[in-house]
Structures are given as C-alpha cells and as structure tokens.
Design a protein around this ligand. Structure first.
Ligand SMILES: [Zn+2]
Length: 113
C-alpha cells in the first residue's frame, strides 16, 4: 500500500466539506452529484459513488494535501483517473467545470444512496 497521504480522517472530511461546497456538490470529473461527506445516507462501506479526495498532483510525485491540489470525486471516477493517469490539466478541467456549471446554472442532482 505504501504511504499515500498523511491526512487524518477528520482532515479529509473537512477538506471534502469545503470541496463539496466549492464544486456545487458535483464530482469534479463526471459532474454528477456526489454525496456530502457528512451525509447520513453515506454508506458504511465505500462504494463506487462515495466521495473521495483526488490529488491533482499525486502524493507520490510531491503533490500536497493543500486545497489547491485536491478535488472531490466519486470513488469510481477517482480510480479511473488513478495515480499517474490523471490528466496533467486536471486542475484546469476542474476550473472549467466550475465555470460551466455557473454559466449554465446547473442544479446539483440528488443521488439516492
Ligand atoms: Zn464522478
């Protein structure tokens, strides 16, 4: 497994709360709704749609745990982009997504848990 990050569970949830707000409750990649980290509907065990933190620059390549290096994404979307396979312009994709969402006034969808 190796050391992937050193954030505590509470630090992760805190980061996810901020990102959930910033991203309008949507996954950074697929733009569908992602559960709030504090949602009571969040399953005990992580499933494909559980919210996860994605490091734009992987920790293994020196990426930080700062907000600017983090995205909120579904577990499945995160894994599909996997370390090293994440596009180098992921942070730009994210910003573009936020602009697009704002321009289109998209309402976050509600996902049943
Ligand atoms: Zn997604």
């Amino acid at each position: 497994m190796g050391k992937r990050h050193n954030m505590s569970g509470e630090q992760k949830r805190a980061a996810m709360r901020v990102l959930h707000e910033m991203q309008g409750g949507l996954c950074a990649f697929c733009r569908f709704a992602v559960a709030h980290p504090d949602s009571p509907d969040r399953p005990e065990h992580e499933d494909d749609l559980s919210p996860t933190l994605e490091h734009v620059i992987p920790r293994g390549r020196g990426g930080s745990n700062r907000q600017s290096n983090l995205l909120l994404a579904h577990r499945v979307c995160n894994e599909e982009r996997g370390d090293g396979r994440l596009p180098k312009n992921a942070h730009l994709m994210w910003k573009q997504n936020l602009v697009l969402l704002a321009e289109r006034d998209i309402e976050p969808l509600q996902v049943a848990a």
